[in-house]
Design a protein around this ligand. Structure first.
Ligand SMILES: [Zn+2]
Length: 89
């Protein structure tokens, strides 16, 4: 079943928002210096992490090959950068 994150869910489920991957709830549940793997089918979000300084970092694919579905690399961005990214795949 498809899962969508905090950013994508409101755009997919306009009237009945099912936020399968709530990045804020995941972040709150994390110990500093750890992360949790996720997979958003909207934007390709791959992990939510919490730094030792209690900063939220989100792993997103940097270059998606649409023909092969191969993800080349990931990068870690802040919540603000993530929300601003155009990463729909
Ligand atoms: Zn997403």
């Amino acid at each position: 079943m498809a899962e969508f994150c905090t950013k994508c869910a409101p755009e997919i489920w306009v009237n009945d928002v099912r936020e399968d991957i709530n990045i804020d709830k995941i972040y709150e549940s994390l110990e500093p210096g750890t992360g949790e793997s996720v997979l958003c089918e909207g934007c390709g979000l791959m992990a939510v992490g919490k730094t030792l300084d209690n900063e939220m970092l989100l792993a997103v694919p940097t270059n998606v090959d649409h023909s092969s579905q191969m993800v080349g690399a990931i990068k870690w961005v802040t919540r603000e950068e993530f929300i601003a990214l155009q990463t729909y795949i």
